[in-house]
Design a protein around this ligand. Structure first.
Ligand SMILES: C[S@@+](CC[C@H](N)C(=O)[O-])C[C@H]1O[C@@H](n2cnc3c(N)ncnc32)[C@H](O)[C@@H]1O
Length: 211
């Protein structure tokens, strides 16, 4: 394992950006207690920042878990925009709906239970696509969703460095191989300008640059 961010740097970043939103704190506690994977808080802030900058009308999230990353998008949406949450788990979607309701953010969200790749392709002109489902599905996810992206769409994918396994230790492992394939596809594709931001477990960030 190669840590993407030194824990001292991560601690410094957390100290700089204290969080008091009860929904964020509740979901972080739930993740700690249940072991359900969520994006790190610095990645959550990154997602909010991208939302402020991009001001998307439509965000589609592939793999929402119980709604933590989606909450960071929705909270930054001000008075317009919608996020489509997708997950296999009905229980997670019910939980997310409750959290969004209490925060007054349900008007910014659609909660969809089922296969994210089936649901995602129902939406066209996607301004921002966030990929955080099973890692072996990343290459298929971008190929399926490519025709549904808006001009100038932004694509963000979590775990792009997979705790260093894209560089070392991932040999013969299907998740590491899929993430490598995805990163190479995005960085080599003429329709995208992409990079990997070393925050959290690595976040691939791409802008669609051709129609
Ligand atoms: C890493 S978790 C998502 C965490 C979430 N993005 C967050 O940061 O709060 C991945 C989720 O994707 C869901 N998932 C994986 N593959 C899926 C698929 N093909 N369709 C729907 N959900 C999927 C799993 O059920 C799991 O809850």
């Amino acid at each position: 394992m190669i840590p993407v961010t030194d824990p001292r740097i991560e601690a410094y970043m957390l100290e700089l950006t204290p969080e008091s939103d009860p929904a964020i704190l509740e979901m972080e506690k739930k993740a700690r207690e249940t072991g359900v994977p969520i994006v790190s808080r610095p990645v959550g802030r990154f997602l909010s920042l991208m939302t402020y900058l991009k001001q998307p009308n439509l965000v589609v999230e592939l793999g929402s878990g119980f709604g933590y990353s989606a909450y960071w998008f929705a909270r930054a949406m001000r008075d317009r925009g919608k996020i489509v949450l997708t997950d296999y788990s009905e229980r997670y979607m019910e939980y997310a709906r409750r959290v969004f309701d209490e925060a007054g953010l349900s008007c910014r969200a659609e909660f969809r239970v089922g296969d994210a790749l089936q649901i995602g392709r129902e939406y066209g002109t996607i301004d921002l696509l966030f990929i955080d489902l099973d890692k072996y599905l990343y290459p298929e996810a971008i190929r399926v969703m490519l025709p549904n992206l808006a001009k100038n769409a932004v694509v963000i994918a979590d775990n792009a460095l997979w705790r260093g396994a894209v560089v070392e230790g991932g040999e013969g492992k299907k998740d590491a191989a899929a993430i490598r394939e995805f990163n190479e596809f995005m960085c080599g594709h003429e329709d995208f300008f992409a990079t990997i931001v070393p925050v959290g477990d690595g976040v691939l960030l791409a802008s669609k640059i051709s129609p």
